[in-house]
Structures are given as structure tokens and as C-alpha cells.
Design a protein around this ligand. Structure first.
Ligand code: FAD
Ligand code: SF4
Ligand code: SF4
Length: 474
């Protein structure tokens, strides 16, 4: 057994004062040498026991892939190829999950080394394997080799939505011989990975490459197709043997505060879509503008709020995150909060908007905030914010509202017989089949807002269920 090293080998990060000025990636990842040193911290728990495997929603053989890096330390390309094969058995998009999974609550949260020191840096090792494989062309080589063994079975599946749920479902089905077409409403595939999570956390090139790998398996992706408008759901049902719905939760939740319609108030969804998908930060080179004034308020305490705040900062604003609880109750990943703090985002806790204040011309001028205090825990287990009646006014040129998202009801209403709950989430059985036989669903469309890896887990589970359904197993 290796000597237990309590402190993790850190990845390289760009300095806060440098990175806060551009959209380049913050974390630079491991070199091969550093990755092997970190891999050496793993105790190689037996597969049947390893808590990290159970902590990963798609059950990657984590000691298995880490072991490949250690065993082949003298032949980096072989080490990475073997490690990638282990990861790919359960996860088709490791460059993404290695970057954005909330590892601290999943695989790393239960790592045994974490009980005596820092958990093994599983996410960053996974990212390293995917990035190195991409750099050296190992992934494409392996894919082409594997694709040669795929035998088409003559059956067709339609996937609606190209986020992590849809892409994973499509990849898993293509691997066992289905003819899969993904329909995407936007002009680029990737879902939130492309239009939501900013470049400095998840470079678009990385997403594009991972999607390229899915296409390499034979999956077709048709963009600019809104199912329900461009093609009807009934047409898909007639043409395909099964359908998977992975339409996400892209409708912003907006509280009807007085004045919320003043110019300069954005939903986080609109703000991030303009910045990410339409490259508004490169206006006029790209033609979608985004108006960001001197002072920007971001309302919320989750990952979306951190992404909006750090994007606004990079566009030159002084940014204030306004959150109705305290730092402890924030739902954003600890790493994202730390990065935002280091870069100079300001935080004000225990405040909630009471009304938005505008000028005569309709532009936002400020926000009246009500001070809160913490009461008893609510159903989420976090202490509930309780209004105190005391208020203050702060001046802002813009506000970005990041208080949650829900599934898109307009699409569901166009689908006859599809049952949803009161929050617009599609109802599914234990095999992720909806109320319509042969139609499956997963990801945020069934969960509301969740995570990339949970969406991928659903995509994988639904692919197996679709295969069983079409092979007459269930
Ligand atoms: P989505 O990624 O939402 O993809 C759904 C796709 O379906 C979209 O491309 C949409 O255009 C398309 N679509 C919708 N309707 C139709 C239609 N009628 N026809 C055709 N296409 C349609 N999770 C993490 O794990 N870590 C993070 O750090 C993290 N950060 C986040 C930051 C932001 C800003 C946001 C918004 C979310 C973040 N999440 C994060 C959550 C995570 O991104 C989602 O849980 C995940 O993307 C859900 O995947 P999905 O495939 O279900 O849906
Ligand atoms: Fe951990 Fe996510 Fe990778 Fe699973 S997919 S091992 S949870 S980083
Ligand atoms: Fe390695 Fe931690 Fe997993 Fe054990 S729990 S195999 S130490 S990563």
C-alpha cells in the first residue's frame, strides 16, 4: 500500500487579477507528472468496496482508471488510453464532468482519503485523462477502433435536446447499433454546456470535441429544429421506433417583484445565453449586444448566480451578489464561490429584493432590498430567510436574476398524453418511460434543475431501457 499523502497535488490556476479580465479558462489542469503524483494518493480500494464508485452517479471504476495512470507511468500515452477506456465504459463526456461535476458532494465526498486529509482529486484526474487524450488524438483513435465493431440493428431512435442527457442517451444507443438522430432547437448543440456554463469554466472547444466524439459513433445532430414547431412530436412518433426527451429546464423562474421589467434587468438565462452562445462579450465583432453598466447586481446563490456574476465582472462591471441567506447556505460549488471572491466579486448576504427602482426613461436605477435573518430549517435542510422589515437602497445599472429555472411547459402542452407534475417536470416510471409507451425522458426535464452528471446518468439509464423495450425484454 502506498504511503498516505494527506495533501492533494493541486492543479495549476491562472492568477485572479489576470483571469478576471478575460474569458480564458481559470483552471489549467494537471501535467502527466502531476497527475501521476496525485494518482499515487489513491489507496486503490477494492472495486466491490470503493465508496467513490458508489458516490459517482454513473459508477465509474475510479480506482480502475487511476490505477492505469500509476501502472503505466513510464508510457504516458498507454496510461491515458487505458484509463480513458475504463472511464468511457460509464461516461462518454469525461472532459465535461471532470470540470463541472460537484465532486465534493459525490465521488470525492466519500473518498476514504478524505477522512484523514484531502480527498483524491478524482474530478481533475478524470479531466486530465480526457484532455491529454484529446491533445494526443488518443480519443479519436480509440473511438474509430471501437466504432468498427458496431453492428447496426436497423432501428431508429429520436432524441429531443442535445444537452448532457440527450447526448449520453444518443451515444449509448449508437454504441449498440441504433440509428440515432438528435433534434436541437438552438443553432449549436450542447444545451447548458454551450449556452449556460461560461468559457472560463468550460471552454466551448472542449464541449465541441466531446460532441464530436458522440458524432463519431454515428449519431446525427440536427440543429435549429424545435420539436413541437419545426417538426411535430407525432411526426417523430410515426418515424422512429422510440423517442427520448431531454429538453432540460430552460425557463427562468422570475419572482414578480415590482419594477422587475425595467430595462437592464435580465434573467440569468438570457444574460448567459447572450454572453456564451451569441458571444455578446465580443460585440460588435459578434452582433448580439449585452448592456452591462458600471454596477451589476446578481440575485441568487447557486452556480448560475456565480457564472453570471463572474461573466459580468469580466465585462468590466463592479458586481454584487445579493443573497437572502448566508455563505454557508449557498448552493454554488465551493470552488466557484472561492474563485468569485478571489476575482473581486462582492457579496452581500441576508438581503432580498423588495422592488426594483427605475428612471423615467424606464432604465434600472437601483434596488430596494429588505434585510433578512435566518429562521428554522426549511424542506431543503437550510435555514429559512425571514424578513426583518428593515430596508436599504443600492444603486445598480443592471440586475441579473438567478433564482432558478423550470422545464418548458409550452413544449409539453404540444404533446398529447404526456403527464407532468405541478412544477412542469415530466412524470416517468422506474425505467424512465413517460406516460406515452415508447417515449422516455431524463435530465432536468424530469428533475427540474439538477446536475450534468445526473442528466448523463438518466441518459444512460434511458438508453438501456429503450434497448430493452425495443428488444422485447420489458
Ligand atoms: P439541458 O442542458 O438544458 O439541454 C436541453 C436541450 O434541449 C437544450 O439545448 C435545449 O435547447 C433543447 N430543447 C429544449 N426544448 C426543445 C425542443 N422543443 N426541441 C428541440 N430541442 C429542445 N451542473 C453541474 O453539474 N455543474 C455545474 O457547474 C453547473 N453549472 C450550471 C451553470 C448554469 C449557468 C446552468 C444554467 C446550469 C448549471 N448546471 C450545472 C446544471 C446542468 O447544466 C444541468 O443540470 C444539465 O445541463 C441538464 O442537462 P439536460 O440535458 O437535462 O438539459
Ligand atoms: Fe466524480 Fe463526476 Fe467523474 Fe463521477 S463523473 S467520477 S461524480 S467527477
Ligand atoms: Fe481511491 Fe478514494 Fe476511491 Fe479509495 S475511495 S479507491 S482512495 S479514490
Amino acid at each position: 500500500m502506498p504511503r498516505l499523502i494527506k495533501e492533494r497535488i493541486l492543479t495549476r490556476e491562472r492568477a485572479p487579477e489576470e483571469r478576471a479580465k478575460d474569458f480564458g479558462e481559470v483552471n489549467l489542469g494537471y501535467t502527466f507528472e502531476l497527475a501521476v503524483r496525485e494518482a499515487e494518493r489513491c489507496l486503490q480500494c477494492p472495486v466491490e468496496y470503493a465508496p467513490c464508485i458508489k458516490g459517482c452517479p454513473v459508477n465509474i471504476d475510479i480506482p480502475g482508471f487511476i490505477g492505469k495512470l500509476r501502472e503505466n507511468r513510464d508510457t504516458p500515452e498507454k496510461a491515458v488510453r487505458d484509463a480513458l477506456e475504463v472511464i468511457w465504459a460509464c461516461n462518454s463526456l469525461p472532459a465535461l464532468t471532470g470540470r463541472v461535476c460537484p465532486q465534493e458532494d459525490q465521488c470525492e465526498g466519500v473518498c476514504v482519503v478524505g477522512k484523514v486529509g484531502d480527498a483524491v482529486n478524482i474530478g481533475k484526474l478524470e479531466r486530465f485523462v480526457a484532455d491529454y487524450a484529446r491533445e494526443k488524438g488518443i480519443d479519436i483513435g480509440l473511438l474509430r477502433e471501437n466504432s468498427r465493431t458496431i453492428r447496426k440493428n436497423g432501428k431508429k431512435v429520436a432524441v429531443i435536446g442535445s444537452g448532457p442527457a440527450g447526448l449520453t442517451c444518443a451515444a449509448e444507443l449508437a454504441k449498440v447499433g441504433y440509428d440515432v438522430t438528435v433534434f436541437e432547437a438552438l443553432h449549436k448543440p450542447g444545451g447548458v454546456l454551450i449556452y449556460g456554463i461560461p468559457e472560463f469554466r468550460l471552454p466551448k472547444e472542449v464541449v465541441k470535441r466531446e460532441i464530436g466524439n458522440v458524432k463519431e459513433l454515428g449519431v446525427r445532430i440536427e440543429t435549429d429544429v424545435v420539436v413541437g414547431r419545426t417538426v411535430t412530436f407525432e411526426e417523430l412518433l410515426r418515424e422512429y421506433d422510440a423517442v427520448f426527451i431531454g429538453t432540460g429546464a430552460g425557463t427562468p423562474r422570475i419572482y414578480p417583484w415590482p419594477g422587475v421589467n425595467f430595462n437592464g434587468v435580465y434573467s440569468a438565462n438570457e444574460f448567459l445565453t447572450r454572453v456564451n452562445l451569441m458571444k455578446a462579450y465580443r460585440f460588435p465583432e459578434y452582433d448580439t449586444p449585452v448592456k452591462v453598466g458600471k454596477r451589476v447586481a446578481v440575485i441568487g446563490g447557486g452556480n448560475v448566480a456565480m457564472d453570471a456574476a463572474r461573466s459580468a465582472l469580466r465585462l468590466g462591471a463592479e458586481v454584487w451578489v445579493l443573497y437572502r441567506r448566508t455563505r454557508k447556505e449557498m448552493t454554488a460549488r465551493e470552488e466557484e464561490i472561492r474563485h468569485a471572491e478571489e476575482e473581486g466579486v462582492n457579496f452581500m448576504f441576508l438581503v432580498s429584493p423588495k422592488r426594483f427602482i427605475g428612471e423615467e426613461n424606464g432604465n434600472l436605477k437601483g434596488i430596494e432590498l429588505e434585510k433578512m435573518e435566518l429562521g428554522e430549517p426549511d424542506e431543503s435542510g437550510r435555514r429559512r430567510p425571514v424578513p426583518t422589515g428593515e430596508t436599504l437602497v443600492m444603486e445598480f445599472d443592471n440586475a441579473v436574476i438567478a433564482i432558478g429555472q423550470t422545464p418548458n411547459r409550452i413544449f409539453y402542452r404540444s404533446v398529447k398524453g404526456l403527464e407532468v407534475d405541478e412544477r412542469g417536470r415530466i412524470l416517468v416510471d422506474e425505467n424512465l418511460m413517460t406516460s406515452i409507451p415508447g417515449v422516455f425522458a431524463g435530465g432536468d426535464a424530469i428533475r427540474g434543475e439538477a446536475t450534468v452528471i445526473l442528466a448523463m446518468g438518466d441518459g444512460r439509464k434511458a438508453a438501456k431501457a429503450i434497448h430493452d423495450h425495443l428488444s422485447g425484454v420489458s
